[in-house]
Write a protein that binds this ligand. Structure first.
Ligand SMILES: NC(=O)c1ccc[n+]([C@@H]2O[C@H](COP(=O)([O-])OP(=O)(O)OC[C@H]3O[C@@H](n4cnc5c(N)ncnc54)[C@H](O)[C@@H]3O)[C@@H](O)[C@H]2O)c1
Length: 398
């Protein structure tokens, strides 16, 4: 009988657990006791799932290795961050490797879902073989299936996105099993016979998005220097059949500011220093300073005395519609203004800890710095006089 264990219950692992619990017995495993305790109580601190989703008959949460050593299908969804010097940090992958080396048995299937650079799954397999003396594609099977979920996106979710699944073995039973499990997760499976190609594909999906945003950020900066209306410039260019439109903004979260460094790391190791990819990162990392300078210029121009300045920074999570503040440049911008002006408040309805902002309060502030684009913030901007709006990305400038 298939008994599935999902290792790492974050934004990626938990939805998979919940999906699969409709058909299989699932153990959700995490090393974070706080995460396990709250999930057991039916609370998802990421605010994505309700009690009824977490309290399913087939779904069990644990942080104990004894609860997962009789599983035979392991899906690994642990974080893959970068270090302070922007190098891939594989410590969580290595921890899960150590864990699996203690429990791996003949017949087990492993699927890595974390975003990695090409070759990491291979290294993982080699180390596991050395530690267990079991052989991949003979005694056990390993696959790679990168995650594509887009937090906050109501249209594209696990149900309707295509999912890549790479398996290099020839075992028919394993292939059937893999397909039957993954068909329960997503509608369409894209199969690959090469794990390194699937690892690379995941990397370039995010690099492309990062670069597209970086280009629009750069166009925005240039328009500002030339005193041109960015929206108007883009509106005109968009009338050409092959012009692709993207919104500028502060890139944050766990994917775009991180994943490009995985591919550039391995490219450098192989003797090529990526230029385009890193230049996109460079521009997107610079945008925090751009916003601060833009807002300071606007504030100084008003000639309001420093002790009379009251600022509200609107939009704090890394993107509109999610509660996640990981790598959010917006939080850093809020911190900067809090340090500079005594009366600075941050507002984001998607953040539980955020202060409230009612219509009465709108009068209290002389400046609103808008850092995210979305309906709730547009409604606020519509209530304000133009001289109060600081809109570095031209989101609400008509
Ligand atoms: N969040 C997304 O939208 C998204 C999208 C695509 C890909 N990814 C990738 O998926 C992976 C997971 O990302 P996430 O956002 O779910 O991370 P996350 O930080 O939300 O959650 C990861 C969980 O793994 C746990 N963990 C860490 N090491 C562990 C170990 N050794 N054993 C068991 N549990 C462990 C942590 O405690 C945490 O609860 C990353 O590689 C990320 O790049 C994320």
């Amino acid at each position: 009988m298939l008994k599935i264990c999902v290792i790492g219950l974050g934004y990626v692992g938990l939805p998979i657990c919940i999906k699969l619990a409709k058909n299989y017995k699932i153990v959700g495993f995490d090393i974070n006791s706080e995460r396990i305790n709250s999930l057991k109580k039916g609370i998802d601190l990421n605010d994505e799932f309700k009690k009824k989703d977490l309290k399913k008959k087939n779904l069990f949460f644990s942080k104990n290795i004894q609860d997962i050593n009789n599983c035979n299908f392991y899906i690994i969804c642990v974080p893959t961050p970068i270090t302070n010097s922007k190098q891939p940090d594989l410590k969580y992958i290595n921890k899960s490797l150590l864990l699996l080396s203690k429990i791996l048995k003949k017949g087990d299937i492993l699927v890595l879902e974390s975003t990695v650079y090409p070759g990491v799954t291979g290294e993982f397999i080699n180390k596991l073989e050395k530690k267990t003396k079991l052989v991949n594609n003979r005694d056990f099977s390993t696959c790679y299936s990168p995650e594509r979920i887009n937090p906050g996106d109501k249209e594209r979710n696990l149900n309707n996105i295509n999912k890549v699944l790479a398996y290099e073995g020839n075992n028919k039973k394993v292939k059937i099993l893999l397909k039957s499990v993954y068909k329960k997760i997503c509608k369409k499976l894209i199969l690959s016979k090469n794990i390194r190609e699937a690892e690379t594909a995941k990397g370039i999906e995010n690099i492309q998005r990062d670069l597209n945003i970086a280009l629009f950020n750069e166009i925005l900066i240039i328009c500002n220097k030339l005193k041109l209306n960015f929206n108007e410039v883009v509106r005109l260019a968009s009338t050409k059949w092959n012009f692709l439109n993207f919104a500028p903004g502060l890139v944050g979260g766990h994917c775009l500011p991180v994943d490009p460094y995985y591919l550039t790391y391995i490219a450098k190791k192989r003797g090529y220093k990526p230029k385009v990819t890193l230049s996109g990162r460079h521009v997107n990392n610079y945008m925090k300073k751009y916003v601060i300078d833009f807002a300071n210029f606007f504030i100084q121009k008003s000639r309001i005395k420093k002790n009379k300045i009251k600022i509200c920074v609107v939009g704090l999570t890394y993107k509109y519609g999610v509660a996640d503040i990981r790598n959010s440049q917006k939080i850093q911008i809020l911190k900067y203004f809090r340090k500079k002006f005594k009366f600075t408040k941050g507002f984001d309805p998607f953040l539980k800890s955020s202060d409230k902002l009612d219509n009465n309060e709108l009068k209290k502030y002389n400046f609103f710095i808008f850092l995210s684009k979305g309906e709730k913030f547009e409604n606020i901007a519509n209530l304000l006089s133009k001289k109060k709006i600081i809109d570095p990305f031209f989101y609400y400038s008509k």
